[in-house]
Design a protein around this ligand. Sequence first.
Ligand code: CO
Length: 252
Amino acid sequence: MIRRIHHVGIVVKRLTDAYVFYRDVLGLPLLREAEIPEQGVKAALLAAGDSEIELLEPLGPTTPVGRFLARRGEGLHHLCFETPDVGGSLASLGTRGVELIDTTPRAGLAGRIGFLHPRACSGVLVELATPPALHDEHPSPLRLKRLVIGADDVKQTAGLFQGLFGFQEVAMNGGPRTMLAVGRGALLVVPAHEVGGTAGLVALSCVAEDFFALTAALRKAGTPRLDGTGEVTVEPEGSHGVHLHISRYMFP
Ligand code: CO
């Protein structure tokens, strides 16, 4: 039922400020920007390989996203899976007793969308979307590959995502982590104690098409980061609250 990670939603104070990093420094093409008053946000979609990054600016402090910003600050907010029939997917989850925010689809930036309740997915807010047209991949210098989820019980959380969405487990060489394939991307479920006690969305991993051009752009912009060999980790204060890991290659 799920074809890919459609996008990852990131709450920011102001889109125009966030564009400086995501569009101008990272070079992600801006695909769409729109105000969605019924969701209380101004939202933008930027291409990141087979997936997209959605930036969300609250329209006011009492909107759901405004309250999230006040409570948690800027950072990862939700993840969205693409399904060919969001209405059918919501109905089928509903009949299985899965707790939903939307029982029928509504209009969103990504097309027809609907949200599951975070209680249904180990504290992760999950959106389902059916885009208006067939997906055509936009060229972008970064490809979103993995989303890291912290869990108090890795097996239970991974099992929940497998049961709800039919994801297959990717073999890993042991350890307490579980990787689930989602289209050409993946979810990596790790013990919460390994990621500062955070249960829920904790980090994004991307692959750079031209790693040297990317590191040069980060250096020029003075983005706070940790440089490694063939990989760089952008500090959350440089990326609007997101632990962003960018590598030259992505090993399975
Ligand atoms: Co979204």
